[in-house]
Structure formats: structure tokens, C-alpha cells
Design a protein around this ligand. Structure first.
Ligand SMILES: Cc1cc2nc3c(=O)[nH]c(=O)nc-3n(C[C@H](O)[C@H](O)[C@H](O)COP(=O)(O)O)c2cc1C
Length: 342
């Protein structure tokens, strides 16, 4: 892991995580880049046309990255999904929303988005939820993109390295939002620096020299320094940027993050069918037994979540947050970049 990130891309050592669902709008990515950090647009949960509009809004001035969710073979148990849908009906009705019929295919246009990025090549492309095909990695690198994969354990790091990735985003279970785990192993039990070190050792033992970007629960500059001391070339922060004015975080999510009252984050599958960490609310507690059925559950809960936000209620929407959320401040993106810079 002695390799370093290209300085012109990740010079400040602070990466603004891709955050699908609204937060990572072009305003945020531009502000992070202008402040000497490196920002990612979120291509997940987005039609190819909407991603193209985000690319248009970037002006081509500063380098930035784009993140894609890689579709993984659906493993949803139909009976479990249908039973879950029945239980969702009164929840959705409570905020005046419907629950759509299940959509069994992951039809958010991944191939079209990949094609788009091969034509309008950003400085970096990162993948999460599964490994992309080797062809995609080769084509993006040949087109000039720096290609990264999110991994959550040493075994996933080795699989990604074998695919020819330029770098890895090593994501700890303390991270806000979805876990990028793709081998389905038990969440890493140690700290983020221990995870970074474990990945570094595994890569070195395999003769792979990839730089690592550390992510997950980094709430203070001290936590960022500890990840760097363990070998990370940069840190990727999500939650720390959610309260910035440049982020597209919805008002209900912002208010929940700033709420000084009792609260905690917890992992949940209730909103999407895939494990993600967020501020615990009533919906998460009532649906702690949600089945593994991504992205089928995401589509089922989407209207309820939107209606909950419209109603100003944090009770039936996802409030993604990492364990460091209490350290968050109301400050602009440039201030976050400056605070966490190397
Ligand atoms: C609101 C939110 C949305 C996220 N969306 C994505 C995404 O679209 N793609 C992705 O690779 N990671 C996503 N993540 C995870 C981040 O990439 C990163 O791993 C995480 O934010 C780091 O932990 P932290 O939030 O404690 O800083 C998201 C995280 C949050 C908080």
C-alpha cells in the first residue's frame, strides 16, 4: 500500500463521498473541488439523463468523480417481499402515500450510465455494491479515468485489486448510508485504522500496491489523522458534508442531524433491503426484521419516504448518518475540507 493517489486529483487528501438521493448535487462537488478537496457526483438512484444533467452542471472546470451502483443479481424472496409490502401499507398511508407494486429488476440504467461516462470521462469513477465487469474497468482506464472500488474487508480488497482497480475506498461499518459490501461477509469487527491496516497487509502480501481511501465514521480531524497514520492516502467523508449549504440534504434529514437530543445510529435493511446506517427512527425499530431484497424494498418505500419528508416528519424516512454525526457542524463545504485536510 505504498502507492499514492495522483496529487492533482486527491491533493488535499479530503474526498467528499458520493451521496445518492440528493445530497451530492453539483453545487457540493464544485465547492469541494474549489476548496482543494475532491468530490464525487452520485450516479445511483438516478436515470442516465439526470446524471448527464449533473455532468453538464459541472462546467468542466475542476476534476471530479462519479460513483455508480453496480447491479448485483437479485436474491429477493418473493413471498417475503409481498408480506413486507402488506406491512408497509399502513405505514405509507400514515403519511398519505402509496406502496407501489414490486419491481423485480434493477432498471436504473447502469449500462447507459457506464456508456455516458465512457463518452464524457470524469477524472475518477468509483463503484460500489458489486464489482463491475473487467471490460468496464479496462475501458474507463483506457479513456483516462482513475477507477476505484468500495470494499469493506481484506477479501473484497483482493478481489477488487485483481480486477485492475487504481485505488480502493475502504469503508468501515461506522459509515453513513449503504454498505458497499459485496461478498456478504460479517462486518469488520475492529476500528477504521485497523481495517485500513488489515487491507494494507493483505494487499502487500498479494504484491498489490494500491492506494487506499479510508471511509466510515470519520467525524473529527483526529479520526482522519488516525486513518492516514494507518496507511490511508486520503479520507472520504459523507456525513460531515451533509449539513453544508452546498449539499442537497433535505430539511428533515438536516434537522435530525442537528438535533442535540438523545439519538443513535444503527444499521437497517428496512428502507432498501440492503444494510445501511442511519439515525434510528420508529420505522427502523418496527421493521428491524426486513428481508434482504435490494433494490426491491427501495422502490417500495420511496413514496413513503418522500411523503414523510414533505410532511416534515423524520419518522418514516431514511436519515443516513455515520457514527461521527454528532461532530457535524453547520459550516460550508470549504470549511469541512480545510478542517480535515492533511
Ligand atoms: C446520505 C448518504 C448517501 C450515500 N450514498 C452513497 C452512494 O451513492 N454511493 C456510495 O458509494 N456511497 C454512498 N454513501 C456512503 C459514503 O460513500 C461513505 O462510505 C460514508 O459516507 C462514509 O461514512 P461517514 O458518512 O461516516 O463519513 C452514502 C452515505 C451517506 C451518508
Amino acid at each position: 500500500m505504498d502507492a499514492t493517489l495522483p496529487v492533482d486529483l486527491f491533493g488535499g487528501g479530503v474526498v467528499a463521498a458520493p451521496m445518492a438521493g440528493g445530497p451530492s448535487r453539483p453545487d457540493l462537488v464544485r465547492a469541494v473541488g474549489a476548496a482543494g478537496g475532491f468530490g464525487f457526483l452520485a450516479g445511483g438512484y438516478k436515470a442516465p439523463e439526470a446524471l448527464a444533467a449533473d455532468l453538464d452542471a459541472m462546467d468542466g472546470a475542476l476534476p471530479f468523480g462519479v460513483n455508480l451502483f453496480v447491479p448485483a443479481p437479485a436474491e429477493a424472496d418473493r413471498d417475503a417481499v409481498l408480506a413486507y409490502r402488506e406491512r408497509l401499507l399502513p405505514e405509507a398511508a400514515a403519511v398519505g402515500a402509496d406502496v407501489p407494486e414490486p419491481r423485480w429488476s434493477d432498471d436504473d440504467g447502469y449500462p447507459a450510465k457506464l456508456e455516458l461516462l465512457l463518452g464524457r470521462v470524469p477524472a475518477a469513477v468509483s463503484f460500489t455494491f458489486a464489482l463491475p465487469g473487467r471490460d468496464a474497468v479496462v475501458a474507463l482506464r483506457a479513456a483516462g479515468a482513475f477507477v476505484l472500488q468500495t470494499v469493506t474487508c481484506p477479501d473484497e480488497a483482493l478481489a477488487a485489486a485483481e480486477l485492475g482497480m487504481d485505488a480502493l475506498v475502504v469503508q468501515h461499518p461506522d459509515a453513513g448510508g449503504h454498505s458497499g459490501s459485496f461478498l456478504g461477509l460479517r462486518p469488520f469487527a475492529g476500528t477504521l485504522p485497523e481495517l485500513v491496516a488489515a487491507v494494507g497487509s493483505a494487499l502487500s502480501a498479494a504484491g498489490a500496491h494500491l492506494p487506499v481511501v479510508a471511509a466510515g465514521g470519520i467525524g473529527t480531524p483526529g479520526a482522519a489523522a488516525a486513518a492516514r497514520d494507518a496507511g490511508a492516502a486520503a479520507v472520504q467523508l459523507g456525513t460531515a458534508f451533509l449539513r453544508t449549504p452546498e449539499a442537497g440534504t433535505n430539511p428533515v434529514h438536516r434537522a435530525a442531524l442537528a438535533d442535540p437530543g438523545p439519538g443513535r445510529t444503527a444499521p437497517t435493511r428496512a428502507f432498501s433491503g440492503k444494510w445501511a446506517r442511519g439515525l434510528e427512527n420508529g420505522f427502523m425499530r418496527r421493521f428491524a426484521d426486513a428481508p434482504s431484497a435490494y433494490p426491491v424494498l427501495h422502490h417500495l418505500t420511496a413514496p413513503m419516504k418522500a411523503a414523510s419528508v414533505r410532511a416534515g416528519s423524520p419518522e418514516r424516512t431514511s436519515l443516513w448518518a455515520g457514527t461521527g454525526w454528532r461532530e457535524g457542524r453547520d459550516e460550508d463545504a470549504a470549511a469541512v475540507v480545510a478542517r480535515f485536510a492533511r
